[in-house]
Each structure stands twice: as structure tokens, then as C-alpha cells.
Design a protein around this ligand. Structure first.
Ligand code: SAH
Ligand code: SF4
Ligand code: F3S
Length: 440
């Protein structure tokens, strides 16, 4: 068997695409290896959300290119994902050792691409099709044994002024419920204990169906009806698209977890307007308050950007107060990075100097840590159910780690590997990034 190594960067979408590509490659005689040195085919599944992510991809490619030149001329090298979609043929100019470029709209073409590459051709498949990728004839090779991520929508129509995703993933399109339910059924039959539905805006699911009225709440209900004990999650939610019906459905269904990821991006209504986000600080506050009122112990997480073009010190402080005031349990934070084709990248006269951006980024991190610890401390002394995901040794002790329903990470010292099991624990301590628990 030939050997393939895939390095996956970026978000869950890419991780899910990698699982699909590995499934296809296995079908065509490739075995996955964990060490790139053992591979005949090297692939990097790239992210272009920030300049840094893109640079990381090219530096990895450079190292692979040198290996190909010096030690292994038969080595095949491919680039896929968001940088591939965005740069297409230009990649061959920058990295002439690359054998193929495969965009995000063309994953289903991987088998033909590999065939051509094996025959010595150079291939670029990056046409924007806006079709739902048809890879359902192939088995998905899931990386984790407990969690299965299932794409329910592809692309995005929101065009936030900072974001490259609409250009790298195309227009928003929903995957048919029958395809999703079949994937979920297969994952559950294979022993997975958690299904996470993925999309840039999961609440928009089904808006584009013309032949049926079927939305995220319907999908959650149909999934919840499957037999057996398992959990359901969904990410990412757009603040103003979360309907009362969705919150009510999430509350009612026993398998749907108490967890919402709702990126706010900025605490300032003026900045939000410039970001082309369709809500104000007040709208966001109302959504969070409503969810907290309806669903006890719910975890609400967010994303924020520091130093968006034109952001004043006062506006930035509104982001800090938003994290504190809404008691956001955790947030991903990033310094603004100008991206090709996006509207905000043209506002060069409004760019915030690097040192100010990184200082704001630092203060954002502090706010996140403060609220994360505060949120974790609430659970000390409580009993919680953990789905164990990992088992490893640390300083001579065996530790199981997993997640509660509300997405808190718990470390449980225990000698036996409990991976894939639901365990009831008593929370004995709280750190910034995790809880400590004892099996009851
Ligand atoms: N669909 C999700 C976000 C997907 S991108 C949403 O609408 O919230 C993931 C995160 O990357 C974003 O939430 C944003 O915080 C961050 N991000 C996107 N573009 C960025 C840029 N140009 N610079 C810095 N961070 C960015
Ligand atoms: Fe990017 Fe905005 Fe779409 Fe999220 S909603 S993927 S931030 S354009
Ligand atoms: Fe995801 Fe990065 Fe693309 S965040 S959608 S892999 S640009």
C-alpha cells in the first residue's frame, strides 16, 4: 500500500474535509501514516483566516519541497483547503515542487487528481462550483473515536468585512437531511458517542431548500430520535439567527448539550456595523440573556477580534466589558489580520499599529482567562457527567480527560482507560482551562 500523510490546519471544516479525503484515499490504496517521513504522498490542508495561518502552510510546504529535492524525488506533494482555493495556480509559481492544488469546492475530485499526479502530471482543481461536494460514496475515516463532526452547511453568505471564508468556501448551501442522518447513523453504529453538526452559521441550515421546510430544529429532533446514549452539539451560531424555537428545541431534547458558540467579534456597536455584522451590542446581550434564562448551566462561548481597522481605545474597551458583563465562559481571540479580497483590507489608512494590536490582544486574553476561571469555579462541588475522550500519563499518574455536556474539559485521575464512556464525576477543583474531577 502507498502511504499518505495529511497535515490539517485551521477549523473543524478542514478537519472534517481531511477525514473525507482520507476515506477516499484509503479506497484507492493509500494508508495513512503519522510520520511525514514515511509518506509517498504529503498533503497540507490549509487555512487562510489570518496571514499567519497562510505563512505556516507555505513554510511547511517549503520543508517538504527541500526533502523532495534532496532525498526523495518521487515524493508527491499536494495542497488543499482554503489557501489552495484562494491562490490556485499561483501556488505552482511560488512552490514549483507542488504536484497538485485542490480547492475546497473540488474535494470529490481527489481520486482523479491522484491518478493524474501518479502519472506525472501537475493538476490544479480550484473552480468554484458552489455544489455540495459529493463524497458520500466513500467511507469517512474519522480521526477521533468518540466525536464525529458532520458538516450540515458549506460556505457562507455573510461577507463580514474582515473575513475570507466566503471567498474560500463559496456560497452557503445546506446538505440534505437524509445525507446528514445517514452519516450520523453510520457514526453511531461505529461507536461514536457525540455528533457535532458543523457550519459557519448553523442556524441558517435549510434556508436554501426549495422543496421542503426543514431547519436546524427539525434536524436536531430527527437526530435526537436515534436510539442509544449519545450527545448532540452544533457550531457555529450567528447571534441574530438563533430563534426562540431553536433555543426551546435545544432545551427540550435530552441529547442536545447545553452549549452555544456565538461569536460576537466586538463589543462595540459601531465596530460591529463596520464589520458588517447584523446586530448591536444590545441585540447580542438579549440573545445571551434569553439563552441563559431558558437553559440552566449553559456554556456560551464567543470569538473576538482585537484591533479591527479604525477601532478606538474606547471601542476596544467595550469588547472587554462585553466579555465581563455577559460572563462569556470562553472566547477565541485574534489580532486583526488584513485578508486579500475582503473589504476591510482596503482601509489601510485606518489600520491599527502592530504594537497597539498586540497590546489589545493581550488584554483580551486576560479578560478571557478571568472569565473562564470564574465560570469554572461555579462547578466545584457539583456532580457532572463526562464523556471521556483521552487517556494518558502525566507525571507518573494516569489521567482521563473529557467533556461535560456544557463543554467543560475535566481531568480525572483514574488508572483505567475510560475513553468513549460516560462517567459521573464530582468536581473537586477548577483551573483556568479545565476542571478536576473524581469518579463517583
Ligand atoms: N462563521 C463564524 C466564524 C468563522 S471564522 C462566525 O461568523 O462567527 C473564525 C473566527 O476567525 C472568526 O470568528 C473571527 O473571530 C476570526 N477571524 C476571521 N477573519 C479574521 C481576520 N481577518 N483577522 C483576525 N481574525 C479573524
Ligand atoms: Fe466569516 Fe462572517 Fe461568514 Fe463567519 S459569518 S464565516 S465571520 S463571513
Ligand atoms: Fe476554516 Fe480557516 Fe478555511 S478557519 S473555513 S480553514 S480559512
Amino acid at each position: 500500500m502507498k502511504k499518505v500523510y495529511i497535515e490539517t490546519m485551521g477549523c473543524q471544516m478542514n478537519k472534517s474535509d481531511t477525514e473525507r479525503m482520507l476515506g477516499m484515499l484509503e479506497h484507492f490504496g493509500y494508508e495513512e501514516v503519522q510520520n511525514p517521513k514515511d509518506a509517498d504522498l504529503l498533503m497540507v490542508n490549509t487555512c487562510s483566516i489570518r496571514q499567519l495561518s497562510e505563512d505556516k502552510a507555505f513554510s511547511l510546504l517549503g520543508a517538504w519541497g527541500r526533502r523532495k529535492k534532496l532525498d526523495k524525488p518521487d515524493l508527491k506533494i499536494g495542497i488543499c483547503g482554503c489557501v489552495a482555493q484562494q491562490k490556485a495556480e499561483k501556488i505552482f509559481k511560488r512552490a514549483n515542487y507542488v504536484d497538485f492544488v485542490l480547492g475546497t469546492h473540488n474535494i470529490y475530485k481527489l481520486p482523479e487528481v491522484i491518478k493524474a499526479v501518479e502519472n506525472g502530471e501537475k493538476v490544479c482543481e480550484c473552480k468554484e462550483t458552489n455544489k455540495v461536494e459529493d463524497t458520500k460514496d466513500f467511507k469517512i475515516k474519522r480521526v477521533k473515536s468518540t466525536n464525529a463532526w458532520i458538516n450540515i452547511t458549506q460556505g457562507c453568505n455573510n461577507f463580514c468585512t474582515y473575513c475570507i471564508v466566503p471567498y474560500t468556501r463559496g456560497r452557503e448551501r445546506s446538505i440534505l437531511p437524509e445525507v446528514i442522518l445517514k452519516e450520523a447513523k453510520d457514526a453511531l453504529d461505529a461507536g461514536h458517542k457525540e455528533i457535532t453538526l458543523l457550519g459557519q452559521n448553523v442556524d441558517s441550515y435549510g434556508k436554501d431548500f426549495t422543496d421542503r421546510n426543514y431547519r436546524l430544529s427539525d434536524l436536531l429532533r430527527d437526530l435526537n430520535a436515534f436510539e442509544g446514549k449519545f450527545r448532540i452539539r452544533f457550531v457555529t451560531s450567528y447571534p441574530t439567527d438563533i430563534t426562540d424555537e431553536l433555543i426551546q428545541t435545544a432545551k427540550e431534547l435530552d441529547k442536545v448539550c447545553e452549549y452555544f458558540h456565538i461569536p460576537m467579534q466586538s463589543g462595540s456597536s459601531e465596530v460591529l456595523k463596520k464589520m458588517n455584522r447584523r446586530y448591536t451590542r444590545k441585540d447580542y446581550a438579549q440573545t445571551v440573556a434569553k439563552i441563559r434564562k431558558m437553559i440552566p448551566d449553559v456554556t456560551i462561548t464567543s470569538d473576538f477580534i482585537a484591533g479591527f481597522p479604525g477601532e478606538t481605545e474606547e471601542q476596544f474597551c467595550e469588547t472587554i466589558t462585553a466579555i465581563d458583563e455577559f460572563e462569556l465562559d470562553y472566547s477565541n481571540v485574534a489580532a486583526y489580520s488584513p485578508r486579500e479580497k475582503t473589504v476591510a483590507a482596503k482601509w489601510t489608512d485606518k489600520f491599527i499599529p502592530e504594537d497597539v494590536k498586540s497590546e489589545r490582544f493581550q488584554r483580551l486574553n486576560e479578560a478571557v482567562q478571568r472569565n473562564c476561571l470564574k465560570s469554572n469555579l461555579k462547578y466545584v462541588g457539583r456532580e457532572m457527567e463526562v464523556l471521556v475522550e483521552n487517556f494518558y500519563e502525566r507525571r507518573g499518574k494516569m489521567i482521563n480527560t473529557g467533556k461535560t455536556r456544557n463543554n467543560k474539559t475535566v481531568h480525572i485521575p483514574f488508572d483505567r482507560d475510560l475513553t468513549g464512556e460516560f462517567v459521573n464525576v464530582k468536581i473537586t477543583g477548577a483551573k483556568t482551562w479545565y476542571l478536576k474531577g473524581e469518579v463517583i
